[in-house]
Ligand binder design. Structure first.
Ligand SMILES: NC(=O)c1ccc[n+]([C@@H]2O[C@H](COP(=O)([O-])OP(=O)(O)OC[C@H]3O[C@@H](n4cnc5c(N)ncnc54)[C@H](OP(=O)(O)O)[C@@H]3O)[C@@H](O)[C@H]2O)c1
Length: 298
């Protein structure tokens, strides 16, 4: 049933996830809003090109997607030429985009009305994790559908876990982004302090990564943070979208998230200095840009 798989959205994540599917031997049909990218993907990986989500989904047992935000997922599923209009009865749609649990629940109802299973499956691990097939996938939805899709998910995921009913994957991703926001700001602050102290940053990172201050962030992001290169990874615009979801879910539960709210503002500052598409480690660019000692020197 899942030998023929369709993938919608060939961005930083989707390009690499669908490439892993092709390498694993799946017969992959791809759709991207900008068709030039889809043509380039086909030239590199083979497979079939579709011009709309509906065309991509026709006859597919499994449709996967990784696009931008809530409205984008709505557009590719229930919008004009959306995938739900052509998916066969009993087929499965798994969305890897980070969106709100509320949107997920509403789409699951639309899917059920169309005789389709809809599962939420946000991911963690970034483009590098997708390239290496080691993404963490947090799923919400029926166990049977997850087992049917598992061979496809295993082509790009190392940790594939059902977190509960539909929406539970996104609720877990909310927690992930709360943890990431504070950790990354702290890492940037620490590295900035090291930079200003005149320490050898490579030595600092090397020793700290072996102790309590070590983290995935430190291991994977410190080299580019030091270099001040942000043209890769996870866009600030997308993180602001995610933190918007976190803060909105927290308001519903009457939970205070002071650090998350502060980092959200800091990422707003990064957007203001032109970094909307920079990786979120550009929180360091904000520290360097608004350096208070330089302000005093002025
Ligand atoms: N990058 C990461 O490290 C990372 C990690 C975990 C989760 N995520 C999440 O995964 C999702 C994708 O992230 P990304 O970094 O791959 O983003 P990206 O590089 O900006 O790619 C977004 C993709 O979605 C497509 N798209 C957007 N809106 C669309 C619409 N209305 N209809 C059809 N296609 C649409 C874009 O098509 P075009 O090419 O035509 O613009 C592009 O292919 C986001 O929700 C993000 O929060 C990202």
């Amino acid at each position: 049933m899942t030998d023929r798989v369709s993938f919608l959205g060939l961005g930083a994540m989707g390009w690499n996830m669908s490439a892993r599917l092709a390498k694993a031997g799946f017969n992959v049909t791809v759709y991207n809003r900008n068709p030039t990218k889809a043509e380039a993907w086909i030239a590199e990986h083979g497979g079939t090109l579709a011009h709309t989500p509906a065309e991509a989904a026709e006859g597919a047992g499994l449709v996967l997607s990784c696009v931008g935000a809530d409205d984008d997922v709505i557009e590719i599923t229930v919008g004009p030429n959306g995938a739900f209009s052509t998916m066969p009865t009993g087929s499965i749609f798994i969305d890897h985009t980070t969106i709100s649990p509320t949107t997920v629940q509403s789409l699951a109802v639309d899917a059920a009305n169309a005789g389709i299973e809809f599962l939420d499956a946000p991911v963690s691990g970034g483009p590098k994790g997708a390239i290496n097939g080691i993404l963490t996938i947090m799923l919400g939805g029926p166990k049977a559908a997850i087992e049917t899709a598992r061979p496809a998910l295993e082509s790009y995921g190392a940790e594939i876990r059902r977190m509960g009913n539909v929406g539970a994957g996104q609720s877990t991703k909310v927690i992930s982004q709360i943890c990431v926001a504070g950790l990354l700001q702290s890492l940037c602050e620490g590295m900035y302090m090291a930079e200003r102290s005149g320490l050898d940053i490579d030595e600092v990172v090397s020793i700290l990564s072996k102790g309590a201050a070590g983290s995935w962030m430190m291991n994977n992001q410190s080299a580019t943070i030091k270099a001040g290169t942000y043209d890769h990874g996870f866009a600030v615009d997308w993180m602001r979208k995610d933190l918007g979801i976190c803060l909105s879910e927290a308001r519903k539960l009457k939970v205070d998230l002071p650090v998350t709210a502060l980092v959200d503002q800091f990422l707003g500052d990064v957007q203001d200095i032109g970094g909307g598409r920079w990786d979120i480690s550009s929180l360091m660019a904000r520290l360097r840009h608004f350096d208070s000692s330089k302000a005093i020197d002025l």
